[in-house]
Design a protein around this ligand. Structure first.
Ligand SMILES: Nc1ncnc2c1ncn2[C@@H]1O[C@H](COP(=O)(O)OP(=O)(O)OP(=O)(O)O)[C@@H](O)[C@H]1O
Length: 242
């Protein structure tokens, strides 16, 4: 890790939806480099945490981006301050071409197409193809590429490998690994072998709270802790993949 300061520091994040308390005080630090994984069983609150951080849901608590409080900052302003988002459903425009999807995401005066095309040469080759006709893996690469186009301070990717074939998961993993060389990544992920490969630190949520945080390797080396926190044995999940 080149930067010991947290890029994102979340404290006591609380979200209430329709009168129901979904997050009860999440604590999360995203390192200044590399991949930090956000883990937890289905329904633990991972997506709600991401949406809360981004201001897509009303939230209270503290969300510091490079030490600056953003908990009252609107989503559009937060995005301009440098958070790239790869949503769970990828959020690409199926009827537009690959190039048009990227152009729509341009924010900086000089968007970094060099980085995007270096990481994902296919996006250059398929520039004129309708995004809706791309494979799931290619669409994911478009979604990640779009988040890397601008000089972001960090990227948040919500389950980018969900539903992808194993070979494509490997491609997305390589892409994320390379993306994390350029910008710190907060990765929501259920694929534990992928977490083992990519993540430095991880935070595990349970019932809308942070239940564990520390080095991902440490958690995944402890089958009992993994089973208790994630509901899976790490050996079984290594075989099963997802
Ligand atoms: N819009 C909503 N209205 C009501 N309840 C919601 C809403 N969004 C999320 N929840 C509830 O909040 C809890 C956390 O959901 P969330 O999607 O954040 O979990 P998750 O950890 O991302 O799960 P998964 O791994 O299945 O995506 C769940 O019990 C879910 O049913």
């Amino acid at each position: 890790m080149t930067d010991s300061q947290s890029r994102l520091t979340v404290r006591d994040l609380r979200v209430v939806i329709g009168g129901r308390h979904i997050l009860h005080g999440v604590r999360l630090d995203v390192a200044g480099s590399g991949v930090t994984a956000l883990l937890g069983r289905n329904g633990a609150g991972k997506t709600t945490t991401v949406r809360g951080v981004l201001g897509l849901l009303p939230r209270t608590g503290s969300v510091l981006l490079d030490g600056e409080e953003t908990v009252r900052t609107a989503t559009h302003a937060l995005v301009r301050r440098g958070i790239g988002y790869v949503p769970e459903d990828r959020g690409i425009f199926a009827g537009l071409t690959v190039a048009e999807n990227l152009r729509l995401a341009e924010r900086d005066a000089e968007p970094d197409y060099g980085l995007v095309h270096e990481l994902f040469p296919e996006l250059k080759q398929r520039a004129r193809q309708a995004a809706g006709s791309l494979s799931g893996g290619q669409q994911q690469m478009l979604a990640i590429g779009r988040a890397l186009l601008n000089g972001n301070r960090m990227v948040i990717a919500d389950e980018p490998t969900k539903g992808l074939a194993p070979r494509i998961v490997t491609e997305v993993a390589v892409a994320l690994e390379r993306a994390a060389e350029a910008v710190p990544v907060l990765l929501v992920e259920q694929n534990l072998p992928l977490v083992r490969r990519l993540a430095g630190d991880c935070v595990v949520l349970a019932d809308g709270r942070s239940a564990w945080s520390g080095p991902a390797a440490e958690l995944l080396a402890d089958p009992e802790a993994s089973r208790g926190l994630l509901g899976v044995g790490t050996r079984a999940s290594a075989k099963g993949g997802h």
